[in-house]
Design a protein around this ligand. Structure first.
Ligand code: ATP
Ligand code: MG
Length: 609
């Protein structure tokens, strides 16, 4: 392909609104253009990269046994009313009416449509398992579209949905998708982690986000430095240390009795610690929280996952209630209400209001503590491991010291209830420690169970002839976000450095002499190499413009094709062209035929399946 025939409007400067590298470079390299907030045109080079990502996804999905379908962008409200999401999904759902005043929405995800499709035509357990996917334009009216393709309103997603007879079979489908995602992101040349994500309390392994590691990532991830354990910040578990983790022995007589200390106006741990000459590590910090949609566990039946994800049906039945509780962590740690929510199988766990705190503790906010408190007390392992501790006295302007668990306060339950911190022991392996990374969520695998099939009455006939709801999983990949995240991860000050597998072209060929001089000669060598490389399946972009070498080099660096061949004056003298990796400084001289063979081999190696 000749550069002069391709629309590649490169820019010296990106518009000021572009903040992250991928957005800046995609604009500067003439790959995308904004049409409206969060809505973009893809120009030829950008679109080629998107198509590469799509093709890798398609090959791996097919290999994993999924079948490609195509569903509509415009979806009838009727189906969304059946699932309950017509009202539950927030303003991200773009609703519209047709000329007959019938309600529709632009699909932000397709559980409803795919469930209706399968419900209509799949009747028997013999037709399962089934995994259907599509690669399609999605619309989400994001409140803050930003960072170019990272958080668009219109974007391309691969979404897959699995249908199985039971949870065990669905977990097999889940594992296949998990493995396929690993293959996809590896083939895209990305450094990523599969990260455990919050699922309500269906179980630890039923939701993973695939996060590309990049400084500009919106998400915080904790990952082990020794094994593959990784989790998002809400979910990251803290491994147990060798210390005592259960409540201490009752009434140890050698210890001092608890003692109330006046701490006028000092409600914060740091203030009280300074005032008492103690360290924050000696404190037990107590949050009073309101636990909503709390269900008593019924025997053997898991409490359905209450996480509100895209307004999904909660799939739960029966009465729920609200309670106040105390959440205790060590003074130098941060409480994690999400972990308490998961522990209790509650709908939400939020900070109680000032009024509720005062009612429960009979004291001003800031003086709560587990001693003499008439609420269930949930205690983090590290707080429970303290031999003696200082805490709020449940009296305004007072704290209590020399407290002993068991003797002075009884934990209702001891568990991992704090936010992980850098250096915490890994919850999975013996010697690892947690480190933090920034990540970009490029994919998500999620076990859905029968939430949608039950809500929409989608059933199959089991072996005994009885109707049973399909058991589902859903699996998304942000195609356009994946393409942008490759740039976040691989660039330098001069431009993009594409991984070979998703580069718009594999090689840039730069004939450098002007048409007025010996240009015809360098152009002829370029043409010959282009033909030979294309015959071997290599994608070539020849910069045939009448531009100075400096301009061509700069543009080639900006666009970032993995290999560059320069043909200049020296070539005519020595018969050698200069071959250079975009990622390296040094070039190698080779005869054109030699260069063709070497490049073809390198490309084949890099894009090999
Ligand atoms: P996020 O937390 O980033 O808003 P999400 O969890 O709502 O994303 P999913 O419903 O899991 O997204 O969608 C599947 C995939 O689609 C995501 O993993 C992400 O890669 C991509 N995606 C979601 N929203 C956007 C968006 N606004 N722009 C581009 N890609 C997106
Ligand atoms: Mg997600």
């Amino acid at each position: 392909m000749k550069r002069s025939q391709l629309l590649v409007p490169t820019l010296k400067e990106a518009p000021a609104e572009a903040q992250v590298v991928s957005h800046i470079l995609l604009l500067r390299a003439g790959m995308i253009r904004k049409v409206a907030a969060g809505i973009y045109n893809f120009l030829p080079l950008g679109w080629r990269a998107v198509r590469k990502v799509e093709q890798i996804i398609r090959e791996e999905m097919n290999r994993a046994g999924a079948q490609e379908v195509h569903m509509p962008v415009v979806c009838p409200a009727e189906l969304w009313q059946e699932s309950g999401r017509w009202t539950k999904y927030g303003p991200e759902l773009l609703r519209l009416k047709d000329r007959k005043d019938t309600d529709f929405c632009l699909g932000p995800t397709h559980e409803e449509v795919v469930v209706a499709m399968v419900r209509a035509d799949v009747r028997s357990y013999r037709e399962l398992p089934l995994n259907l996917y599509q690669i399609q334009t999605k619309f989400r009216d994001e409140i803050r579209p930003r960072f170019g393709l990272m958080r668009g309103r219109e974007f391309i997603m691969k979404d897959a949905y699995s249908f199985d007879v039971d949870q065990a079979a669905a977990m097999v489908a889940y594992q296949k998708m998990f493995d396929a995602y690993g293959a996809i992101f590896r083939r895209c040349g990305l450094e990523f982690r599969a990260v455990e994500a919050d699922t309500g309390n269906i179980g630890g392994s039923s939701s993973h986000e695939f996060q590309v590691l990049a400084e500009s990532g919106e998400d915080l991830i904790f990952a082990c430095d020794a094994c593959t354990y990784a989790a998002n910040a809400e979910k990251a578990a803290v491994g147990k240390r060798g210390e005592t983790t259960e409540s201490q022995s009752f009434g140890d007589q050698r210890r001092k009795e608890k003692e109330v200390v006046a701490t006028p106006g000092k409600g914060k741990v740091e203030e009280v610690a300074a005032f008492m000459g103690a360290s924050a590590r000696e404190f037990v910090k107590t949050l009073i929280v309101r636990v909503d949609e709390f269900r008593e566990r019924s025997a053997g039946k898991p409490v359905a996952g209450p996480r509100e994800r895209n307004g999904e049906p909660d799939g739960t039945e029966g009465a729920t209630h609200t309670m106040l509780a105390a959440l205790c962590v060590r003074g130098d740690h941060e409480a994690n209400p999400v972990k308490l929510k998961l522990l209790l199988g509650a709908g939400t766990v939020e900070l109680a209001s000032d009024e509720e705190v005062t009612r429960a503790t009979h004291a001003a906010v800031g003086f709560a503590g587990p001693v003499g408190l008439d609420l269930p007390v949930y205690v983090d392992h590290d707080a429970a491991a303290l031999e003696t501790f200082i805490s709020g006295a449940n009296q305004t302007d007072a704290h209590v010291k020399n407290c002993v668990w068991g003797r002075d306060a009884k934990p209702t339950q001891v568990a991992d209830l704090r936010v992980a911190a850098v250096g915490d022991p890994c919850p999975r392996c013996a010697d690892g420690h947690l480190k933090t990374h920034r990540g970009i969520e490029v994919g998500h695998v999620f076990y859905l169970g029968d939430k949608y099939s039950r809500a929409m009455n989608a059933v199959y006939q089991d072996a005994g002839g009885n109707d049973a709801p399909f058991v589902m999983g859903c699996y998304g990949i942000g195609v356009t976000r994946t393409m942008a995240s490759a740039i976040e991860q691989s660039h330098d000050k001069d431009g993009i450095v594409w991984p070979m597998s998703i580069a718009p072209f594999h090689v840039a060929i730069l004939p450098l002499l002007s048409p007025t001089g010996d240009g015809a000669k360098t152009a002829a060598i370029a043409d010959e190499m282009e033909r030979a490389l294309e015959a071997r399946g290599v994608e070539v972009l020849v910069d045939d413009r009448d531009e100075r070498p400096g301009v061509k080099f700069k543009d080639a660096d900006l666009i970032g094709l993995p290999l560059r061949v320069s043909i200049g004056k020296k070539t005519l003298e020595t018969g050698k062209v200069e071959v250079k990796w975009r990622s390296q400084k040094e070039a190698v001289l080779m005869a054109p035929e030699e260069a063709v063979a070497w490049i073809a081999a390198e490309v084949a190696k890099a894009v090999e399946i």
